[in-house]
Design a protein around this ligand. Structure first.
Ligand code: SAH
Ligand code: SF4
Ligand code: F3S
Length: 469
């Protein structure tokens, strides 16, 4: 699919999880045949899309700030005799579409995450009727059937295999914004992965709100687990690295453990959010597991893959959380040995049970607990990363680094790695000698002179397609 064409400019701003990133990329793919090419600059764009997240209050606030700015660009374009269409997509559109229409009537299209395949139709309607399109249906299977093939040129590509959630944790909006749990059939997933690999992606990140609840219909008529799907993805030509996220601790099964043991392409990393270290709070959250069960899930995966890096999300200040509950969370964070963890202050979300619970925790208490937990997490991350100092790690160079002359890549354990390397090396997996560990990244240098290794790689055969490791 061409990204040039009739020269219309498309600006997309994406918030939220990687599934939103995946959706934004698919929207760009749908619009490419209509002549839209993507730009980083909203000024003068013919279409601006804000792909929104509703998970915490802050995420929602950003939408209205953005819309204020985009309205200025829209007015400037109109003054110059042109037209900028404005669309709001994603989870805020789904949850609060009518509110978006009311607060920002200059928005032309409001559409939920299940409606993207109909984007061209919505735009035509908006042009014809002068805006006013609101679409928040749940027709998730249609969405994946109708989305076009992904554009080539990514080294690490997202691939959504599962959407929605039936777990209804009491703090969370996802079951309301993304709808019921849905698994894409295996054949469509494998076909898309094949196209991604052909387009240059050597790493595929398999996505789902609850990706290990995956149970897609297989070509054999059976329902496939995530573990089984990962095995089939690994067999695709050109796929060298596989990751998956986000997993639910309750759904760690034998197939997944087996995949970590047997599938060499599956990277030794799992994002397994614990949310809290207190059984009382976990019960109030409706997480349906206790701390002991969480630890068992981690142990089970580590038994299959001893060097597994484990990552988590935590919420502090959930309604009713006492100092004792919080101390239990700190204890869990200290003892599991997390390679990474994210922590958030509980944010009451409209319509969720926890928002109406007694014992809402005051903001200053949340802020203090967050700071304490983040300090523990930073210590854990630094300790995990320090163990790599002096070692050579295989790094997939996936994008430009922060500084000129630098590239960014990922280790098997998902660590961000910065290394001085030429732009021509993008997309390769190279050995990096780790020189310095920080709490959020590693810095190093190419382990051997590139010229010497390049010769070796050429000799190693075409199957290695230029990769150094
Ligand atoms: N499906 C994943 C989580 C998806 S949401 C799971 O079950 O673990 C991503 C993260 O946002 C969650 O893990 C949680 O830590 C955080 N989060 C969700 N709702 C929140 C809220 N109301 N306030 C604060 N953090 C929240
Ligand atoms: Fe939200 Fe819970 Fe579903 Fe995760 S499992 S998406 S936190 S409801
Ligand atoms: Fe946000 Fe929706 Fe993802 S609420 S985290 S964009 S599923």
């Amino acid at each position: 699919v061409h990204r040039r064409g009739l020269g219309k400019k498309l600006y997309i701003k994406t918030y939220g999880c990687q599934m939103n990133a995946y959706d934004s990329a698919r929207m760009a793919d749908i619009l490419a045949p209509l002549g839209f090419s993507q730009t980083d600059d909203p000024a003068g764009a013919d279409l601006a899309i804000v792909n929104t997240c509703h998970i915490r209050e802050k995420a929602t606030d950003k939408l209205f700030a953005d819309l204020g700015r985009l309205r200025g660009h829209q007015a400037a374009k109109a003054a110059a005799g042109g037209r900028m269409l404005l669309a709001v997509a994603g989870c805020v559109a789904q949850a609060e579409g009518a509110e978006v229409r009311r607060r920002a009537p200059f928005v032309d299209v409001v559409m939920g995450p299940q409606a993207y395949h109909r984007l061209p139709e919505f735009l035509a309607r908006a042009v014809r009727d002068g805006g006013g399109v609101l679409e928040t249906d749940f027709a998730v299977d249609e969405k994946f059937d109708a989305l076009p093939a992904p554009a080539a040129g990514q080294f690490s590509a997202n691939l959504t295999v599962q959407e929605g959630c039936d777990k209804f944790c009491t703090f969370c909006v996802v079951p309301y914004t993304r709808g019921a749990e849905y698994s894409r059939p295996v054949a469509g997933v494998l076909a898309e992965a094949g196209r991604l690999a052909q387009g240059g992606a050597s790493e595929i990140v398999v996505l789902g709100q609850n990706v290990n609840a995956y149970h897609g219909a297989g070509p054999d008529g059976e329902s496939w687990s995530l573990g089984r799907l990962l095995g089939a993805l690994a067999a695709i030509d050109g796929v060298r690295r596989l990751r998956y996220m986000t997993s639910h601790p309750l759904e760690v099964d034998d197939d997944l453990a087996r995949a970590h043991r047997d599938v060499a392409e599956l990277m030794p990393f799992v994002h397994l959010p614990a949310q809290s270290g207190s059984d009382r709070i976990l019960a109030a959250m409706n997480r349906r597991y206790g701390v002991a069960q969480y630890r068992r899930a981690v142990d089970r995966l580590r038994a299959a893959r001893p060097d597994l890096a484990v990552s988590s999300d935590f919420i502090v200040g959930f309604p009713g959380e006492t100092e004792t509950d919080f101390a239990a969370t700190l204890d869990l964070a200290r003892t599991v040995g997390f390679a990474q963890a994210y922590a958030f202050k509980y944010s009451p979300r409209p319509g969720t049970p926890a928002a109406a619970m007694a014992g809402q925790v005051p903001e200053p208490v949340k802020a203090r607990r967050l700071a304490e937990l983040l300090a523990v997490v930073a210590e854990q991350q630094l300790a995990f990363n320090r163990a790599f100092e002096g070692r050579d790690v295989p790094v997939l160079l996936d994008r430009a680094g922060r500084r000129p002359g630098q590239l960014h890549g990922r280790s098997p354990h998902m660590q961000a790695v910065h290394v001085a390397a030429a732009p021509a090396m993008l997309g390769r997996t190279v050995a990096v000698r780790v020189e310095r560990a920080l709490s959020n990244s590693l810095a190093g240098r190419l382990a051997e002179p590139v010229s010497a290794r390049r010769g070796a790689a050429v000799r190693a055969s075409a199957a290695d397609s230029g990769a150094i490791l």
